[in-house]
Design a binder for this molecule. Structure first.
Ligand SMILES: C[S@@+](CC[C@H](N)C(=O)[O-])C[C@H]1O[C@@H](n2cnc3c(N)ncnc32)[C@H](O)[C@@H]1O
Length: 274
């Protein structure tokens, strides 16, 4: 059964989510999700290499390419752009929080000696892509293509305001919409809002949490709307997408480490209707 809220109640719930993000700590978030045990590159039984595999396989088809790719809710992470950067001239990172946009900016500029070390990720992606690309080259390529880092609010009908004039050839988004939406109608609305940033026939690759209700990022405890595989497929269909691929991952007990209550992860490749 779908929850129905008045527009005022929904706006209030969205504001509560926004407030909860004010104490989001990028470093704690990275520590919780992008270090061992979750970031263990020895096997795709671990969640991080599983995600990288989904993206590498999909981009390797060569079907998803063009001038501009927008990443919705980039956060403090760049792993989701490593396979994409071979196929687009320009990559636009976006996030609601300035702390996260700054984290990405510092990585691009190589300014922070204490910054998060993405080199094991870049090396792993070069390995699974199997093209013999030296990892330093990929790193430079992504830094060069990350031309804009913009503020975004997926709850606005035009999430980027007037910052981008042309719709993108493709969208990527990882762990954003369910993590910033207080309920299913709000998730659906956010999906419709970001869909306006995509060209007709454009591709959308999304990775997200299954059946999660919260996660931690330092002092911040963020509420997540729990979604099932069927929910995700239904939301994409309702927003006018054709689903090309759907994969899911069950979080093994060894990776349930108290930083969230995620039960699994989904990957969806969908194409906007013409
Ligand atoms: C769970 S994190 C995901 C970060 C990263 N994409 C990843 O894969 O780990 C959710 C991100 O959504 C951002 N966010 C919060 N509210 C948002 C909003 N209204 N619109 C867009 N992004 C938002 C947060 O700042 C945070 O970076």
């Amino acid at each position: 059964m779908q929850l129905r809220l008045s527009p005022d109640m929904n706006a209030a719930s969205v504001r509560t989510v926004a407030e909860s993000y004010q104490t989001f700590n990028p470093r704690a978030y990275l520590q919780n999700n992008y270090m061992p045990p979750r970031a263990n590159f020895t096997s795709e039984e671990f969640v991080v290499p599983w995600k990288l595999r989904c993206l590498a396989d999909t981009f390797a088809t060569g079907e998803i390419c063009g001038h501009t790719l927008i990443d919705i809710g980039t956060g403090p992470t760049i792993y989701q752009l490593l396979s994409a950067c071979n196929y687009f001239e320009e990559i636009v990172a976006t996030d609601y929080l300035e702390v996260n946009r700054t984290e990405i900016q510092k990585w691009v500029l190589g300014e922070d000696p204490d910054g998060f070390d993405w080199s094991p990720y870049i090396q792993h992606v070069c390995k699974i892509e199997g093209k013999g690309e030296p990892w330093k080259e990929k790193e430079q390529k992504l830094k060069k293509k990350l031309k804009k880092i913009l503020p975004i609010d997926v709850h606005q009908p035009n999430p980027l305001g007037s910052l981008l004039s042309q719709p993108a050839d493709a969208l990527v988004s990882t762990f954003c919409l369910e993590a910033v939406s207080p309920n299913r109608p709000s998730f659906d609305q956010a999906l419709q809002n970001v869909t306006t940033l995509l060209k007709p026939n454009g591709h959308f690759l999304m990775i997200g949490a299954l059946e999660e209700s919260f996660y931690l990022a330092g002092e911040a405890r963020l509420c997540v709307v729990p979604v099932s595989e069927a929910d995700v497929k239904e939301s994409f269909a309702k927003s006018g997408y054709r689903i090309h691929n759907f994969r899911s991952y069950i979080m093994p007990p060894s990776l349930k480490i108290g930083v969230d209550d995620v039960q699994g992860v989904f990957f969806i490749h969908a194409q906007k209707s013409a």
